[in-house]
Design a protein around this ligand. Structure first.
Ligand code: RNT
Ligand code: ZN
Length: 417
């Protein structure tokens, strides 16, 4: 690509009243919260090798899985170096970096200090998640809604410890830490007392969230789900449950793209939810037939969602997190391609003439709306993207292929015993 290519593309956008420079500047300022768990198939560093549990599953056995926090950080460093912009890391509580082996309800900030040091050094904000799965106390796929009070109390304590840790992350890094709560709770077969389960979940959450924290340090989020493996009949924390909870209690609502019926898209939900909830968290994912968490593609779902964020002016109160895990391909490549796809989708949205498009709809001119949305698909977005990568000093095209494969070759001999 030459400078002339870029200048020509920029002029074509300008003909539509779109400022490509401004679009790139906005994109550069949008942090994506990259999820640690793509790097090691959701296993974590507690020494439990049983796998993730809770109805979520990374499938595949590609060589190179990170086995230690140091390896995971090295992989992340590589990934970030190939993603334009400055981004956050989304950690799960099971990813502690410590010689100690604390129980989940004994976790403390010090068990995560190396992550904070690394984040400070690299300018990454940190987000956090209690880990309510992959643990003997979650074997029934019941945690915060478990009928046994002792088990509920254990998970409430875990949630409390995680809020303390997350708040400290936010304080240390000078950027609020989004602490997202997803519990696997549900029933394989048709329950007869959904109400009791939901009341227990609500009560546990209330206790967990009882201590107030400064919103400059900690933002609590809750994540709903439709169903999971082993909990096909009922999920206690359904969309209605958490939408209501977040609205009433003032937490963030996390919308995961894989957690709805297959023909629903959260692109349609964002504007609706945003009228009741102040801030939202996204888990950008790609469900295939079920909540399969495939690496996100630059497909219609992602494009529609990004367009909603831009057109409805929701970027300022939406935290964009990723949630996919594929172990059949190079894990660092999955991070890089998935995150770049989220950014490409945002860039395309930022390069649309929003006012012009909105006007056609206001004027009920659906014909022009159709002409414009379809014609604009052929605009030279790729040229702007390549220029953006170039300015941010990250590779694109064939250079990216070589870089990604070169790194994978360097980790492929990691022994997975
Ligand atoms: C599970 C949820 C949840 C997890 C992560 C690992 O269905 O999407 O967000 O994927 O917490
Ligand atoms: Zn999720």
């Amino acid at each position: 690509m030459t400078r002339t290519d870029f200048a020509a593309a920029r002029d074509r956008f300008a003909e539509w009243g779109v400022d490509a420079e401004a679009a790139m500047a906005r994109l550069a300022a949008i942090p994506i919260s990259v999820h640690c768990w793509q790097g090691d198939d959701v296993i974590g560093f507690e020494g439990i090798t049983a796998g993730s549990g809770g109805g979520i599953q990374a499938t595949g056995n590609h060589p190179g899985r990170a086995r230690t926090p140091a390896e995971l950080r090295a992989d992340l460093d590589f990934a970030y170096a190939n993603i334009p912009g400055t981004h956050r890391l989304n950690l799960h509580a099971s990813y502690l970096d410590s010689d100690e082996t604390p129980a989940r309800d004994e976790l403390e900030y010090r068990h995560f200090e190396p992550w904070v040091a690394w984040a400070k050094e690299n300018g990454h904000g940190l987000d956090f998640n209690p880990t309510f799965f992959g643990h003997p106390n979650a074997d029934d796929n019941l945690t915060l809604s478990h009928p046994d009070r002792a088990i509920r109390d254990f998970w409430i304590r875990h949630g409390e410890r995680c809020r303390e840790i997350a708040a400290r992350f936010g304080q240390e890094l000078g950027s609020p830490c989004v602490n997202n709560n997803w519990v696997p709770d549900g029933y394989k077969d048709i329950p007869v007392d959904r109400m009791a389960a939901r009341m227990r979940l609500e009560e546990s959450l209330d206790r967990m969230f009882a201590v107030p924290f400064d919103r400059a340090h900690l933002l609590d989020a809750v994540e709903s789900k439709l169903f999971g493996l082993g909990v096909e009949a009922c999920t206690v924390g359904s969309h209605e449950f958490y939408f209501g909870y977040a609205t009433r209690k003032g937490t963030l609502l996390c919308l995961d793209m894989g957690h709805f019926h297959p023909t629903e898209n959260i692109a349609d939900k964002l504007s609706a939810v945003s009228l009741s909830v102040d801030e939202m968290l996204l888990h950008v994912s790609r469900p295939m037939r079920w909540d399969s968490d495939h690496v996100i593609l630059l497909n219609d779902d992602i494009l529609a969602m990004a367009q909603e964020l831009v057109f409805a002016d929701l970027l300022g109160r939406t935290h964009i997190g990723l949630d996919f895990f594929d172990a059949t391909i190079a894990r660092t490549t999955a991070w890089v391609i998935g995150t770049r796809n989220m950014q490409k989708a945002l860039l395309r949205a930022l390069l649309l003439p929003a006012d012009l498009l909105k006007r056609t709809e206001r004027e009920l001119n659906f014909t022009d709306r159709l002409i414009l949305t379809e014609e604009l698909k052929d605009m030279p977005h790729a040229v702007i993207w390549e220029e953006f990568c170039h300015r941010q000093d990250v590779p694109a095209g064939r250079a990216l292929l070589n870089t990604l494969n070169g790194y994978q070759a360097s980790v492929a001999n990691r022994n997975q015993e």
